[in-house]
Design a protein around this ligand. Sequence first.
Ligand SMILES: *[C@@H]1O[C@H](CO)[C@@H](O)[C@H](O)[C@H]1NC(C)=O
Ligand SMILES: *[C@@H]1O[C@H](CO)[C@@H](O)[C@H](O)[C@H]1NC(C)=O
Length: 379
Amino acid sequence: MFYITSSIIIHKMGCSFSFSALWMVFNLVLALSAMAPRADARAFFVFGDSLVDNGNNNYLATSARADSPPYGIDYPTHRPTGRFSNGLNIPDLISEQLGTEPTRAYLDPSLRGNNLLVGANFASAGVGILNDTGIQFLNIIRIAQQLEYFQQYQTRVSRLIGSAGTQRLVNEALVLITLGGNDFVNNYYLVPFSARSRQFSLPDYVRYILSEYRKVLRRLYELGARRVLVTGTGPMGCVPGELARRSRTGECDVELQRAGALYNPQLIQMVNGLNSEIGSDVFIAANTMQMSFDFIFNPQAYGFVTSKIACCGQGPYNGIGLCTPLSNLCPNRDLYGFWDAFHPSEKANRIIAQRLFTGDDKYMTPMNLSTVLALDTKT
Ligand SMILES: *[C@@H]1O[C@H](CO)[C@@H](O)[C@H](O)[C@H]1NC(C)=O
Ligand SMILES: *[C@@H]1O[C@H](CO)[C@@H](O)[C@H](O)[C@H]1NC(C)=O
């Protein structure tokens, strides 16, 4: 695609035949080829919630959106994109490491032609493992629908590169799925005496959502995914939104901490179980709660002035309501662990992404992403 573009430029500029023009063209071609997707780069697919949504919700009638300022204030364009971050989010930072451009939202009309070969982002802010999670956000892309879109994507790609080529592209891709936090925060604990909390004790609820999650992961495997990074919950009880709503002392909320302490180890067990059933390390579990605790309980060690107060928001801990143009906004986002009431700053996302690639077995099971990449290039 880029070569076609550059040859058109050469053709146009060739009219004003001079060495300096040729030199310019030469440099332009160099610059364009540096931007072009690397031939050896693998595709990247993203599923899940607001932690990984690259803008799908911009196209939906939902209240779960991040398409107005100051979202995106530190993004390369300094404009909101639908990412729930001041700048880059975790999928962007994974793409950066893979040497590819960021994944485009599946609903973004610019995702077509050769752009499809880079991968796609199906995530939608507000969703959970369960269909009844996030109903207050109205129109969002629930996980079953995200998987249907993945199937539709593969049909579209086979028109470009054939079905064998598509299968290879999907088999060799890296996949990220981030779900589960909303099943607690925006379902079980959304209101006192929620329907799910009357139906299930916490340990039973954890078992139930993990049995549903297992089906989702199985389905991803059936659809061709062979390297799937499965993240745990974030530090649900410690985010500014929950400190504001549930904590009197500024300590992390005990009940949500208990939920994370039950869910995350069982998620790792579930992932290990799936891998042994399949007979291959398809699923990689990331202990994102532990990764976040590092900068939450020791902010200064990571260059933060606070991991309790959000950069953008209002009320106690800037944790009440949404981040809007009228909210308090900190001047330097790099000094805050949290961008808004629920989502890490780009700086915190970088800490998490680094652990995904190089973390030891305290963070990554059965291995980290640099080991995955090294293994996959050998075979
Ligand atoms: C969620 O909805 C999808 C699609 O409507 C359905 O296939 C799936 O069984 C539902 N999941 C649960 C847990 O009810
Ligand atoms: C990545 O994981 C491997 C295997 O667990 C480990 O040996 C290696 O030290 C990790 N990478 C880094 C940079 O820590």
